[in-house]
Design a protein around this ligand. Structure first.
Ligand code: SF4
Length: 442
């Protein structure tokens, strides 16, 4: 079959064939069905030569460079469908048919924060009527509740208080690990780590070693937003610069503290920024191997200053979500194996589509997600393991519970393998009357 030249005109048989194929892929995505190998070949045969060349290169195991990435980052129509189909193929090749999830709980211990990120609907001044800070006892109580409900991880992040004691993060970690030594504590963004370093005066390496010795299991790769200082100045001039984010992350990796990696998209950034961001993460991973996953975080705009006054786009639409997830899979191929969909940001239906565009991980059950709801996300606070498994089966994949570091705890090949559904015994500690942390948990 001759390649698509982009010159077909409406009404020609070539044009009709193209339309039919695109329709087929869109229908598969709409119905959450898997893209077959034949569809992949067909998609490749119909896209523009430059797109096909880049996608064939990655299928042959080559790393793509910036210009190729940028070309894919702006893919539309047949090119986008080919990108999605190749990303789905690479996902299958890399991690198979499992869609993993972790049973966890988010605990955002305070919303008092002086940093003032313009995309954040969560942070409050200390005098705000809905400002709150949880005691150590309350954080431990929530962690215990989560453990009793089968959680293996607590994800702990919060705002930055000016009056924070230098060893607050260490002491909070210590309090949890004293009661729940086997609970994986995934905690403290690079921004919080940097703040802890500033407050204690310890060298970064010593600070991180201390946290590891106290039981810190891994670090969320949040506070990354877009790893470009020009954009960071627009989003959050008080936030740590790119070089410091990289230094915190790579030092953690050197000490064998794994981290996740994230990117917030859909605001003031452009496709070239996604590509630079992803290539930077890829280069870090090749050096350290410390990233467990990459999590694209769609910007939730509703309650944010960045949208109201900062000229940001109102988040991404469905095609852009698919493009970012597929691009991530393609550019990170051979480096970062896991691409997570953030159901809190995307909602379930778009998450399922992104799981067929390169994604392989559903993230955490979360139990009271206190972060995205602050910025206006409306996708709920908790998805039970039973619901996750049903969603995963809906797209013909195999649900599997994992640990934070992607060790498979249990694969649920058939519905008969599932444990009997157990409604969460959580009484969900009275949620503060405020809205929650913006960046996302991971
Ligand atoms: S995103 Fe985090 S650091 Fe920024 S204002 Fe919100 S709570 Fe503070």
């Amino acid at each position: 079959m001759a390649p698509y030249t982009g010159e077909e005109t409406e009404g020609t048989s070539r044009h009709l064939q193209l339309k039919q194929n695109l329709g087929k892929i869109m229908n598969l995505l709409a119905k959450n069905e898997t893209i077959s190998k034949g569809t992949l070949e067909n998609a490749l045969s119909l896209c523009a030569p430059g797109t096909r060349e880049s996608l064939e290169a990655v299928l042959c195991g080559k790393e793509l460079f910036f210009e190729q990435g940028l070309h894919l980052a702006t893919a539309e129509g047949a090119d986008l469908q080919a990108l999605v189909a190749v990303a789905d193929h690479l996902r299958r090749e890399t991690v198979g048919q499992a869609v993993t999830y972790v049973v966890n709980r988010n605990i955002n211990f305070t919303n008092v924060c002086f940093v003032g990120c313009s995309f954040c609907g969560f942070g409050r001044g200390p005098q705000a009527a809905d400002a709150y800070s949880l005691s150590f006892e309350e954080v431990v109580r929530r962690a215990q509740e989560a453990w009793d409900c089968g959680a293996t991880e607590v994800c702990i992040q919060g705002g930055l208080r000016r009056d924070l004691d230098g060893f607050f993060y260490r002491d909070l970690l210590r309090a949890i690990k004293r009661v729940l030594p086997a609970m994986h504590v995934h905690a403290f963004s690079p921004m919080e780590i940097d703040y802890g370093v500033l407050k204690t005066g310890l060298p970064l390496r010593d600070y991180l070693q201390m946290m590891k010795d106290e039981g810190l299991g891994s670090i969320p790769g949040t506070a990354a937003e877009v790893l470009d200082d020009h954009i960071r100045r627009q989003l959050s001039p008080n936030k740590l610069p790119v070089a410091r984010w990289v230094e915190v992350i790579t030092t953690a990796h050197e000490l064998r503290i794994p981290t996740t990696s994230t990117m917030m998209y859909g605001h003031v950034e452009e496709p070239a920024d996604w590509v630079r961001h992803l290539l930077l993460l890829r280069s870090i991973q090749k050096r350290t191997g410390g990233f467990t996953e990459f999590v694209p975080l769609g910007f939730i705009h509703q309650n944010t200053r960045l949208y109201k006054h900062g000229g940001a786009r109102p988040g991404a639409m469905r095609d852009e979500h698919l493009r970012v997830h597929a691009l991530s899979r393609v550019l990170l191929h051979g480096a970062i194996c896991n691409v997570q969909v953030s159901w809190v940001k995307l909602g379930i239906e778009t998450s399922l589509a992104c799981l067929q565009a390169g994604g392989n991980d559903f993230g955490g059950t979360l139990m009271e997600e206190n972060i995205s709801k602050a910025a206006g996300a409306t996708f709920g606070e908790y998805v039970s393991p039973e619901e996750f498994r049903a969603y995963v089966r809906k797209i013909g994949r195999v649900p599997a519970e994992r640990s934070t570091t992607y060790k498979i705890r249990r694969t649920f090949e058939r519905p008969e393998d599932d444990p009997p559904p157990a409604p969460p015994a959580l009484r969900f500690a009275p949620s503060e009357a405020h809205i929650a942390y913006t960046e996302g948990a991971y």
